[in-house]
Design a protein around this ligand. Structure first.
Ligand SMILES: Cc1ncc(COP(=O)(O)O)c(C=O)c1O
Length: 412
């Protein structure tokens, strides 16, 4: 470790950074012992010069691959022109992105923010205000077990996992939890106090849980019948990930309100929530942000979305997804450790017959693959949407070797 304690040219190894990080960071995240310094497409390189295939993609954010030329061009051009003005003024990129996003999502109004959690906060505030104005003060929101909506107080309160909620009680009130993929449970939980149902179309952090085809159409029909809002959190599933631009498009429905973030920025921070006119209830002064929707973020978001639409990236992701599915099922045929393969588009998980996902993730890292242990028993794959069959083959070969080694080790 070098003496001056200031990050600069003297940081030569990951070990240097690990020590400095330990000294200065709140230890809220569990990091892997690798320092990434460069990315290109589906590859990243570490400080020591090793290349990795990236099947994490910044948690489904680096949608067009690392340092995509169109994204780099948009950032450098817009950064040299105008980055941030506050929302007191109009900017061209913001209005351009608003039009393209609303039209492609078939929604009426948008609010831009910086992250997924902020976008979901927008949904929660919309439900509260709408319930007050249009449903006699109804304020409860039905949410799903195993759901993940972010780390702010309201989104943590909406979480479907006890460990995210428990340390922060008392929580924001008004969330009613039901099992995911169970329409009868939603019907039973609906009362005069219910304002909305909030769901991820595909649960990402919960372990890549795909509902039955009939679930979301049935939830949509129930929300119509009960006169409550359907709010979808498309922060992870949206903007191409599932093989359509938005996951709800697989099911022939449209939500009343939705949240997006992650893939929209291609690696640059941006979030948004969108609503239909009938529930666009927030008025002047009732919501706001300093940085959200600034000219730089919106120019990047516009560039990413336009590129996706012009090059049918969701369609490409669907095709590559079918290839991933075939390769994972053939892995499962050969590896008794795999008990389930689940996913759609380019979000996949393999369920292992025991809590081996962390060990498997570490072994994949050593072999040159970034992959994530989304649950103690499951590995998740969320590569850039531009991944090629050759890159998928490279990742599968590594997983194949790692599972073989795990299967060969004596049972504990
Ligand atoms: C479905 C979903 N909603 C919300 C979030 C929170 O997004 P952010 O981390 O950008 O706040 C995430 C993050 O993983 C997510 O997967």
């Amino acid at each position: 470790m070098h003496g001056r304690g200031v990050i600069g040219a003297e940081v030569e190894s990951t070990q240097d950074l690990i020590e400095l990080e330990k000294k200065y960071f709140l230890p809220v995240g569990k990091r892997l012992p690798v320092t990434l310094v460069r990315g290109d497409g589906v590859s990243v390189w570490d400080l020591e010069g090793r290349r990795y295939i990236d099947f994490v993609a910044g948690i489904a954010a680096v949608s067009l691959g690392h340092c995509h030329p169109a994204v780099v061009e948009a950032i450098t051009r817009q950064a040299a022109e105008l980055m941030h003005t506050s929302n007191y003024y109009y900017t061209v990129p913001q209005v351009k992105l608003a039009e393209l996003l609303c039209q492609s999502a078939k929604m009426d109004k948008v609010f831009f923010c910086n992250s997924g959690a902020e976008a979901v906060e927008g949904l929660i505030k919309t439900a509260r205000k709408w319930g007050k104005e249009k449903r006699e003060g109804a304020y409860e929101i039905i949410v799903a077990e195993n759901a993940f909506h972010g780390r702010t107080m309201a989104t943590v309160s909406a979480a479907g996992t006890e460990k995210y909620r428990a340390p922060f009680a008392p929580l924001v009130e008004g969330f009613v939890r039901v099992p995911f993929n169970d329409i009868e449970a939603i019907k039973k939980a609906t009362t005069a106090k219910t304002a909305a149902v909030l769901l991820e179309p595909v649960q990402g952090e919960g372990g890549v849980n795909i509902p039955d085809d009939a679930y979301l159409p049935a939830v949509r029909a129930w929300c119509n019948e009960a006169g409550i809002l359907l709010m979808l959190d498309e922060v992870q599933s949206g903007v191409g990930r599932t093989g359509k631009l938005f996951a709800y498009q697989h099911y022939g429905i449209v939500p009343d309100v939705m949240a997006v973030a992650k893939a929209l920025g291609g690696g640059f921070p941006i979030g948004a929530f969108l609503t239909l006119d009938h529930c666009a209830v927030m008025g002047q002064g009732e919501h706001g942000t300093t940085f959200g929707g600034n000219a730089l973020a919106c120019e990047v978001g516009y560039t990413v979305l336009k590129y996706m639409l012009d090059h049918d990236i969701p369609g490409e992701a669907a095709k590559r997804g079918q290839y991933v599915e075939r390769r994972l099922h053939s892995l499962a045929d050969r590896h008794p450790l795999i008990t389930e393969v689940r996913g759609m588009g380019l979000i996949w998980a393999i369920e292992l017959g025991g809590p081996l996902a962390e060990q498997a993730m570490n072994m994949c890292l050593e072999e040159g693959l970034l992959i994530n242990n989304v649950k103690p028993t499951a590995l998740r794959m969320i590569p850039p949407l531009t991944v090629t069959e050759g890159e998928i083959d490279g990742a599968i070969e590594i997983i194949d070797r790692v599972l073989g080694r795990l299967e060969a080790q004596p049972a504990k």
